[in-house]
Design a protein around this ligand. Sequence first.
Ligand code: KIV
Length: 263
Amino acid sequence: MKWTATKIRALKGERKIAMLTAYDALTASLVDGAEIPAVLVGDSLAMTVLGYETTLPVGMEEMLHHAAAVARGVEHALVIADMPFMSYQPSIEMGLANAGRFIKEAQADAVKIEGGAMRSELIGALVANGVPVLGHIGLTPQSIKEMGGYKVQGKTSEQARALMDDAMAVEQAGAFALVLECVPAELGRTISAALSIPTIGIGAGAGCDGQVLVFTDLLGMSGKPVPKFVKKQVDLFPVIAKALAGYKAEVESGAFPSDEQEY
Ligand code: KIV
């Protein structure tokens, strides 16, 4: 069964939704094989696999390249492509055209855009034109320069009210689900209870309808500290480092290849 945005939306109240990022056909096939229903080609790939400092430099061509690879690696999961910085902010027309490229050229099933009420018109236009939208509010990394760092959002009652209004606006505009990033758990729970679409939390507590994490964080692949909200399932960095050191040592000592690897 292939997951659609409508099916993901219908999971609200039925079961919690697991979502994970993936960046290429290999990672996508692993996520799909784990029967995770939705895979996000996050612009976090700028940092996790492309070596940039933030998500800001990554552009449409790089995102299309990765989204197409993810779509090729998936059989069942919904493939959501993250619209990169300045691919939708300048105008509704630009947002529609670039979202269309993800669907037509990369075979994505949906797009994600950052922002609340200020993105209502774009979300409405995308949905009206057949593009399912995943919203994203709270800590929105594309606004990192304006936000002044990766900080928990919605801590004051005024900020919490503004985030609730944003969540409502995104739902009313037609998004099928909403990512809530780095907000206090109580606010995550309150927003989740108020919405009829699922909330997908990342650092937004257990009250959300689902959770999303970054693939390389979940598997401990970076060798760097991960945010507090990440629970690593395995620490692969030292495992891989040890395997690579073993390979080097065996090539240099002549232990590899042995008779077993020869024709
Ligand atoms: O880019 C990304 O990976 C994301 C999430 C983790 C929500 O936006």
